[in-house]
Design a protein around this ligand. Structure first.
Ligand SMILES: NC(=O)c1ccc[n+]([C@@H]2O[C@H](COP(=O)([O-])OP(=O)(O)OC[C@H]3O[C@@H](n4cnc5c(N)ncnc54)[C@H](OP(=O)(O)O)[C@@H]3O)[C@@H](O)[C@H]2O)c1
Length: 272
């Protein structure tokens, strides 16, 4: 059994990976085959960590696993589709029964928008994004939180999006699924806080990585490694909600304060 401190640790510098590792130890990362999940795995990989890396793409999973093993971590891979709820819940029960998971970083998710010329997202896309961005991670967090509450300790990070703050006409389901996940994370945090379990929601704006190809102003982009550093800093500090970069908190405030007519006019001008 693990004997981690239950209380949030608020003073750990994000760069001090070895200290972080002692806190996190057996760590699940979903979306480990992706840009952000992979960057988080690289930062956490060190002697003493046991990483459970989940994703779908076997080649990218194997590549990140090799890097993490080279850094001294013990690594186990799992190819899994988070839209397959039954398989996912069976997998998490098996992993946690084998040895308790101390920390879970639920990063996996999909971004999607209307296609050029389309006004409304296809219904299939709506159902897929709702499953992968909301139902999957929320169910996984619930399964883990239940077990962590029984142990009186544990940490769960959910990666949302700053898109959750806005009614994006071109990305209605992405915004809505991340808004749902955010509300779930905030409610779960309140439910489990007194049982030694910490829930952290991180809402990133735009993260800059090679495959991203984003036509957005540089001022809104956060480099991938800096994003990973800030996400882990928020997680280690036991923050309830971190918006990165902070300027997206200003955009959220603007969305809340603008008169409805002005806000709608601005949102209608946005393009994928
Ligand atoms: N990049 C940004 O600017 C940004 C901004 C805000 C929020 N986010 C959020 O950050 C998270 C990671 O994004 P990213 O930029 O790292 O994207 P990414 O490189 O496309 O990675 C997405 C990850 O999610 C996994 N995934 C997708 N669908 C899955 C499914 N059905 N079952 C299991 N795994 C699935 C992918 O696995 P495979 O590749 O193996 O299929 C991949 O590991 C997402 O939740 C995203 O919404 C990103």
């Amino acid at each position: 059994m693990s004997n981690l401190p239950a209380a949030p640790i608020s003073t750990i510098p994000a760069d001090e990976t070895s200290e972080m590792v002692q806190i996190l130890r057996r760590i699940l990362i979903t979306g480990a085959s992706g840009a952000i999940g992979g960057a988080l795995a690289r930062r956490l990989a060190a002697p003493g960590t046991h990483l459970l890396l989940w994703g779908r793409d076997a080649v990218r999973l194997a590549a990140i696993a090799a890097e993490c093993r080279a850094a001294g971590a013990v690594v186990a891979l799992r190819q899994i589709d988070l839209a397959d709820t039954a398989s996912m819940l069976a997998a998490i029960a098996a992993e946690d029964a084998a040895a308790p998971i101390d920390s879970a970083l639920l990063v996996a998710g999909q971004g999607d928008t209307v296609a050029p010329g389309q006004i409304v997202e296809p219904a299939e896309q709506v159902a897929r994004l709702a499953a992968v961005n909301f139902a999957g991670p929320a169910a996984l967090a619930a399964a883990l939180a239940t077990r962590m509450v029984e142990r009186g300790q544990g940490r769960i990070l959910l990666v949302g999006s700053a898109a959750a703050f806005h009614a994006l006409p071109h990305a209605a389901t992405y915004a809505a699924s991340k808004a749902g996940l955010a509300r779930f994370a905030q409610a779960l945090r309140l439910a489990v806080a007194r049982h030694g379990v910490t829930i952290t929601l991180v809402s990133p704006g735009f993260i800059d990585w090679a495959g991203g190809g984003r036509p957005v102003p540089r001022i809104l982009l956060l480099p991938l490694d800096e994003a990973a550093r800030r996400i882990l800093a928020a997680f280690a500090a036991g923050a309830g909600h971190a918006i990165i970069p902070r300027r997206f908190a200003l955009l959220r405030l603007l969305d809340r304060l603008l008169p409805g007519v002005a806000r709608d006019a601005l949102l209608r001008r946005l393009r994928p």
